[in-house]
Design a binder for this molecule. Sequence first.
Ligand SMILES: Nc1ncnc2c1ncn2[C@@H]1O[C@H](COP(=O)(O)OP(=O)(O)OP(=O)(O)O)[C@@H](O)[C@H]1O
Length: 692
Amino acid sequence: MNNAIKLFIHDSFFDAFSVLPRKIQKKTREFMKKFKEDPKSSAINYEKINTFKDQSLRTVRIDQKYRAIIQAPEEGNGFHLLWVDNHDEAMDWAKNKVFEWNASTQSFQMYDRPKNQTKPVSTNVTVKDAASLYTSYSDDQLTSIGVPKDLIGLVKSIERVEHLESYASNLPSDVYEYLYYLSEGISLEDILEEIEAGKVSDDNTLSPNAQKNVYVLTDDAELENILSGDFEKWKLFLHPSQRSIAYGEFKGPLKVTGSAGTGKTVCALHRAKYLSQKLESFDKPILFTTFTKSLTQYLSTVTEKFSIPDSEIVISNIDKLIFELAREFKVIDESSGMINSSQELELWKEIIEFNPSTFDEKFLQDEYNDVILANSVKSVNEYYKTSRVGRSVRIGRQDKTQIWELCEEFIKSKESNYTKFELCNLLIAYFSSISEKPFSHIICDEIQDFSNLELSLLRVLVNEKEDDLFLVGDPFQNIYGRRINFSKSGIHIRGRRSRKLKVNYRTTEEIKKRAVSILLNTEYDDFDGEKETNTGYVSLMHGSDPTYKVFASPEAEDQYISEQIETLLLDDSVNPSDICIASRTNRLVDESKKLLNEIQQKFSDIKATIRSNDSIVVSTFHNLKGHEFKHLFVRGFSKDYVPFRHPGFDIYSDIQKKEYLKKEKSLYYVVFSRAIQTLIITGVGEKSDWIV
Ligand SMILES: Nc1ncnc2c1ncn2[C@@H]1O[C@H](COP(=O)(O)OP(=O)(O)OP(=O)(O)O)[C@@H](O)[C@H]1O
């Protein structure tokens, strides 16, 4: 370690700073400038407080009322900015804090010294056989994952996961995370491997483990930038597992999975920045593609703030990309267009009106896309021989003849227009035959929503080489019921090139548990034929339990929702745009609009391109995907509506019903996992038994 002074700003400080009144933020920034120039200056009045448990902590004056908490060494060169608040609150925050460097895990650890370390009170809920939670680990093993010596007794007394959760603030956050993993059956060896991967041999206060919640201040301009703009923590702090993914080098395609809110998009953005810095001037741009338009809109604004030059990155949702490539590389005539999925369905509907069939329009659309186009079938004879694995309705040779004739009708009727999957096939054929590819690297988010054909296309849009494909998604958010398979799409993921993110940064543990409970007893595929698990998926934040209430009438439900909105808005820090009301159907969305009109509250639809702070957001469940809200109302959640049954549900085969219900589960999981702090679920009539 060299002797230059280092200023560390902790994520706790940013949390405290972000809720200060603007005037105090300005004063704090002024103080930080002074502090940055010379933390040892006599102008900074460090005050030692005798009542603090940790005697290395100091208070410094921001103004008459506000204080910052700093760890200033008696000797040495590291200064840590930890907190800022009103005098009394700051004193209260600091009085029981312990702040230390853990050399074995290379991390700064901060926690509230436990008041008494008696055995936790027992509860009835069993997650794992209690007595054995940590007693089977030796003191040395617990020390190796960072448990401070003083806390070993406390850790060994923990009987259940609920007890662990109740001690969240009494444990360093990394230790809490590792203990949670152990409780979920993740092996000590795996955890130690992760810890080792986040260590460095030179300046270990700059290791990925240390930087998980510490920012090293080097540049005034950057600090001013961070503190004056819309501050987003993820730009500064990455979990070591996120950092190793975003800034690692990989011999080929990388698959990154992770449950909702684990920072997959954040990783993909850092990856874009990393790759853009490595591009040579003659290189082709990076492609960043997603399934939904709304995500690409968000990404465009963020990459701009992240200073990635436009010339180095193409951001496009997959539909737009396919059409634009087809045009640019002239695989279709200039006069040709593309028809979207709902136009396809309309066309199929018209075709069976004139050519009555035993199959409905949705079945025919899927058969054409998922069997005929996905296998590039060119003739009815080829079709007879084509495997239909994954299709839930069995059909015979005669059916295939009938379907083939209908497909010919479909092709005729759409004239010179192409469907997305037809274009995909044309583009795959084109790019497979040339070595000059349009992109240097590809990053793809929401991979669970892609089809195998789209994945095959991504494969041929970039040459096979190091860091070629970076594919990010969550198998549990498969709301369209895709059956993607990387190997079948020519994408081969080997060994350490499959990574999983486990820490949820969006929601509280209480909300996360509610979201995950919906998925119980349902199996999901990991995109390569193996079962996906969400073991170890943890949120380090805690908050109030989600509420679920049903009412005797829609009026009573409305009344409750409007009262809750009123209460939320009493808090000055809550903007109407922090609140969203979501429901399964458009009809229920209309009901929410009606209610908001009645209470004279402005609102806007989630799809609106411009949203103002004074409008509550309304949304369908499907449109919520990719968004997040501090306070989320999920309405219409009653036995009659959940699971929601499509008009054709009753005539589905058992397999179709199972698949449909699995998609619905994914949808509710997506919805619940959008809430950051508050999740309020309501309905009319009886409670749905999908919430246990
Ligand atoms: N290292 C981090 N530190 C602080 N906040 C983070 C970090 N990583 C992610 N976040 C925040 O967590 C939230 C979820 O991140 P992100 O959208 O990347 O997750 P995701 O896995 O893509 O989510 P989903 O799949 O549910 O859409 C965002 O608010 C993001 O800013």
